[in-house]
Design a protein around this ligand. Structure first.
Ligand code: F3S
Length: 647
């Protein structure tokens, strides 16, 4: 469809607009006796409308009825017409354009000052005739630079006078430029008045500009309108141009070869006619487009644009601008079998498609969106490889040796070794998951791509590590997940980097294995005890000072206190007994009884609860001595004392 552009300035000028409005306003005032001296403008539609409202057109004052109000149109008239009107006694409305009236004033004044008047214009044009009518026969009208040159070449009487040169308001600016070159320079007896109306020159220069950028110009205006004819001539210099009076004439033109068409209009063309021309052109081109589309062929494998006309559960129905009905089955919309067509496209969407099958007899075309997505997606994938960019995709299938990930509609193979899963893990774990990956290999000719999830996680880990080391300091606390346990401690992931909590740091109590306190997957709050940035080693602390059982013991117990303790272990030299959780005391073999004990096991057993007396506390060495014997001796002494008292 051709592009249509209207010139910046086109149509009714100020003077014509004013004249037409004056007539309509007179009718609206109820004056039924209005007559214009000649057609008010060179536009049949406007003139016909005024006539239908009772406005008469007369050619002369003599034709006026006595009761009629005469309208002098924008072209203006000579002095004789004013005299005739006054003599006949008719009222009149002077709609002479102020720019034309200015020329009348110039020629009158200069005539009175003894100048001879030269008028550039068409001597048959009413405006020029009006100007002549203000010169008292003291003028010469020339049509172009040739006639002007001829005037200067003749050594006639008029040449001896002072000269004043004016131009018809609608005079062609290009010809005026040529005329100026002909006028003798620096002659103080020659005055030049550029009286070409700005509206005219503006229309002409806009039309000239536009006609240089389009393939054809439509010039709208009355066939007798001199300014329209001049516009037409200006346009003809740059491209094929057509002068029409109304939109109906467009149908007779052959504009098939024009991709870009310009429109301009003469000063007497109302805006609604320009709009009509524009609309009719749109209609013509729309029709041609439809006609063209009905013959348009499509071919298998061709890439086309389409508009989604309807969507149901199994397909999308598409208008591809031909007589065919286009169908895109769900499987050709997406790879994702969990989605419905309406998840992918909506009515009105413009989509790029590839023709997969044509059935001319039934008027059906089968199309694929997925294939276009793949083409576009593959380009993006190749670009992502060059840029080492991270892409997102969904794991579609587990295949031999790895997984297939859908990235922008393209299937990217990720080898098992690049999934980031350990060898013992099942790749099915990744199914339907969204993953981030980098492209590590592209085969353009086979349109295959290989990706790596591991490359992304590795990079992420490295970034996390770098960030960790930047901020890590002793004493700083972290929340981390227990990743693994060994006999000597637990490894905790601090967010990309592992630290170790030594077994002795896991509990204040004596434990044999970390699994007595934590298990893999537990989230611990730990703090950095020691950092070795160079070796990349981090020792973590887990026990809290406030939980230290030795502190608790110190706060609550003193030498001499009698407490209950539970035997936790037996050795050849005595037995250890738990006083509180995390604090054991030693009952030396000599302190087990008030008699000699050779074998601790004969007296005590693990788990047995005994009363003991605290005999010594050494917090620094974490040693506590407790004694059963001290209690027994105390009891014996007390018994002796009671006996003595009784005696
Ligand atoms: Fe007046 Fe210029 Fe129009 S002279 S009538 S405004 S073209």
């Amino acid at each position: 469809m051709a592009e249509i552009k209207v010139a910046e300035s086109a149509g009714f000028c100020f003077g014509v607009d004013r004249a037409v409005k004056l007539v309509y306003s007179e009718i609206e005032k109820g004056n039924k006796n209005v007559a214009t001296l000649g057609p008010i403008i060179h536009n049949a539609d406007v003139v016909n409308d005024l006539q239908s409202k009772g406005v008469r057109i007369v050619d002369s004052v003599a034709e006026l009825r006595n009761d009629e109000t005469a309208v002098i149109r924008s072209h203006g008239v000579g002095r004789d017409i004013y005299c005739q009107l006054e003599k006949k006694g008719n009222s009149y409305i002077d709609a002479t354009c102020p720019f034309v009236a200015r020329i009348h004033k110039i020629v009158r004044e200069k005539t009175n000052d003894g100048y001879f008047i030269l008028i550039a214009g068409d001597k048959k044009h009413p405006e020029v005739q009006g100007i002549v009518g203000h010169c008292d026969e003291n003028c010469f009208v020339f049509k172009d630079e040739f006639e002007l040159r001829e005037f200067f070449s003749k050594k006639n009487e008029k040449m001896k006078k002072k000269l004043a040169i004016v131009a018809q308001t609608t005079y062609n600016i290009l010809v005026w430029g040529e005329c100026i070159k002909v006028i003798p320079k620096d002659d103080e007896n020659i005055l030049v008045f550029d009286t070409i109306c700005n509206a005219t020159s503006q229309r002409q220069s806009d039309a000239s500009l536009l006609s240089k950028e389009v393939d054809a110009m439509i010039v709208v205006g009355g066939k007798n309108s001199s300014n329209t004819i001049k516009l037409y001539n200006v346009c003809c210099e740059n491209c094929p141009s057509y002068h029409i009076e109304n939109a109906r004439e467009l149908y007779e033109l052959d504009l098939n070869n024009a991709d870009k068409i310009g429109i301009t209009a003469g000063a007497s063309t109302p805006a609604y006619i320009i709009k009509e021309v524009q609309n009719t052109m749109d209609e013509i081109f729309d029709f041609e487009k439809e006609l063209e589309q009905s013959f348009k062929k499509v071919h298998t494998g061709e890439r086309v644009k389409g508009y989604i006309a309807a969507v149901n559960n199994s397909e999308a129905i598409v208008d591809i601008g031909t007589k065919h009905t286009g169908y895109v089955p769900l499987a050709e919309l997406t790879d994702d079998q969990t989605k419905k067509p309406s998840d992918i496209v909506s009515v009105g969407d413009e989509v790029d498609l590839i023709v997969t099958k044509i059935n001319d007899q039934e008027g059906i075309v089968m199309l694929s969106k997925k294939k276009v997505d793949e083409l576009v997606g593959f380009d993006n994938i190749a670009k992502a490889k060059d840029e080492d960019a991270v892409l997102e995709g969904t794991v579609l299938n587990v295949v031999k040796g790895g997984i297939l990930v859908s990235v922008d509609g393209v299937r990217v193979f990720v080898p098992a070794s690049q999934t980031g899963l350990g060898r013992d893990k099942n790749l099915d774990e990744l199914l339907k998951k969204n993953v981030e990956l980098k492209i590590i290999e592209v085969n353009e000719s086979r349109r295959r791509a290989v990706g790596s999830i591991k490359a992304v996680t590795k990079a992420q880990k490295e970034a996390a590590k770098a960030a960790f080391w930047e901020t890590a300091e002793e004493g700083k606390t972290y929340k981390g997940e227990v990743k693994s346990l060994t006999s000597y401690g637990a490894f905790v992931d601090l967010g990309g980097i592992d630290g170790m909590v030594h077994i002795s740091e896991l509990s204040w109590s004596r434990i044999k294995h970390p699994n007595q306190v934590v298990k893999v997957g537990d989230i611990l709050e730990v703090y950095i005890k020691e950092l070795d940035k160079e070796a990349g080693r981090i020792s973590l602390g887990y026990k809290k000072a406030e939980d230290n059982p030795w502190t608790k013991f110190q706060d609550s117990y003193n030498v001499g206190d009698v407490v209950k303790a539970t035997i936790v272990s037996i050795t050849p030299f005595g037995a250890f007994a738990k006083i509180i959780e995390g604090v054991d005391g030693l009952i030396h073999i000599s302190q087990i009884a008030d008699k000699r004990v050779d074998n601790v096991n004969e007296v005590l057993s693990v788990g047995q609860e005994v009363d003991v007396k605290i005999t010594e506390i050494d917090i620094e060495s974490k040693r506590i001595s407790i004694s059963i014997r001290a209690l027994l001796e105390n009891a014996a002494e007390e018994a002796d004392a009671e006996e003595t008292d009784a005696e």
